[in-house]
Design a protein. Sequence first.
Length: 133
Amino acid sequence: MYRLAMILAVCFFAFILWVIYLANHGRPSLFFEFVQSFPNGDKLGHFCLFGTLTLLSIVATKFKSFPLGKLNIYYGFLLVALFVLSEELSQAFISTRTFDLIDLSADAAGILVSTCLAKAVEKRLNKMGKLGK
């Protein structure tokens, strides 16, 4: 399960990098056209892309976490959150992009929802005795 999650996470991350490359260079894409065909499609896209990457990353890192106060922070969550924050902030310095706090909020919502889902999956796997860390 973890090997498959790692392969999927790496492939999905590569896809996101490709989308970012296209956006940074102002290049058209069928993906952009598809997303724009829905009301608030851009925000939904941010939510889904980074939520999916977060879930895959948490599973790929075998649900490993570290304590921060009373919270346990998944390494996969932290990696994606740092990547998203740096990518969104970098848009302020790229002429073809614009920083949008609502995009960052949609990213954060996707990351948080997926983290909660991962926590539920981890509990379920622990209960079933199938979580091999």
